[in-house]
Design a protein around this ligand. Structure first.
Ligand code: PDD
Length: 284
């Protein structure tokens, strides 16, 4: 079935959507994006995603194509037009079309594209069984805090995991885990403390991360934000990832070594439940 998508002011059938070949998103990966999850036809953590989009645009001196209220209207309109109950909305802003040049064009108009993706989120096999990851070198650029569309490095890392028969990769820089290919990474120490890398330019400032750490602290679980190594992860009681596309998902193996009991742990399971319950309540 053909989806209705949004392209620069128009709602069109996906096969009719068009973007210029001179668009700098296409030529230079000069664009940023957000992925917002949809539960019960409602937007999860939407203010956080809008705020992060604003930050990404600002870091790249890129204009916003429309204001925040209009972005919310478009999200809602796409949910309604596609009758989306559970899944994701992808939103991409690029600097727009201009003759190819490394400097930013003076007068390009930013392009805005959004589409929906149906996907089960609350009940998934990955959440039930946990996922298995491998560690790989983090070969990405130095501004991972900006959510740009240049995703070839994480795609390559994910393919390494797939070729190894595993589910995902945790990327490692200078001996420490940065994050997953499309998610933030956590371990749970034997005393129940959650450890996740502190915010910096080395990782994406996950919107799910922010909510999950808040819920963990509210549940009196100790949280420490600092880098950790793969060796420390192998000896942890539990591990998990977070992202808008996976919520909280347990990690049960790293580089062939079982973590804890080799099955989803109680902290990850509890945080997943809290996150889904709270998201259903707070979604707009
Ligand atoms: N990815 N780290 C990276 C590198 C990511 O790409 C993502 C999200 C996250 C988690 O961020 P959030 O909790 O805001 O979704 C962390 C999205 C889902 C994607 O590219 O599909």
């Amino acid at each position: 079935m053909s989806r209705t998508v949004y392209v620069n002011g128009a709602y069109v059938a996906e096969e009719d959507a068009k973007i210029s070949i001179f668009d700098r998103g296409f030529l230079m990966a000069d664009g940023v994006y957000e992925v917002t999850s949809v539960l019960d036809g409602k937007l999860v953590d939407f203010p956080g995603h809008i705020a992060r989009l604003g930050r990404s645009l600002n870091e790249l001196d890129m204009d916003a194509p429309v204001d925040d209220a209009e972005l919310e209207t478009i999200h809602r309109e796409l949910v309604a037009r596609n009758d989306l109950d559970e899944g994701m909305i992808y939103m991409q802003v690029t600097r727009g079309a201009a003759d190819r040049d490394f400097t930013y064009p003076e007068n390009a108009r930013p392009s805005l594209v959004l589409f929906t993706q149906e996907k089960p989120l609350a009940e998934t096999q990955a959440a039930k069984d946990g996922i298995r990851v491998i560690s790989v070198e983090d070969i990405r650029w130095g501004r991972r805090d900006i959510k740009t569309v240049q995703l070839l490095a994480p795609s390559m890392c994910k393919m390494m995991a797939k070729k190894a028969g595993k589910d995902d990769a945790w990327m490692v820089e200078d001996g420490f885990v940065t994050e997953g290919t499309s998610n933030n990474a956590y371990i749970v120490l034997q005393d129940g403390t959650i450890v996740t890398r502190n915010l910096s330019n080395a990782i994406l400032h996950g919107i799910t991360r922010e909510a999950v750490l808040r819920f963990a602290r509210e549940a009196q679980i100790k949280v420490v934000e600092r880098p950790f190594t793969v060796e420390e992860a192998k000896g942890a009681a539990e591990a998990f990832i977070t992202a808008a596309s996976t919520f909280v998902c347990p990690v049960v193996e790293i580089d062939g070594i079982s973590i804890g009991a080799g099955e989803p742990g109680p902290v990850a399971k509890r945080l997943r439940e809290i996150y889904i319950d709270e998201s259903r309540k707070q979604a707009i």
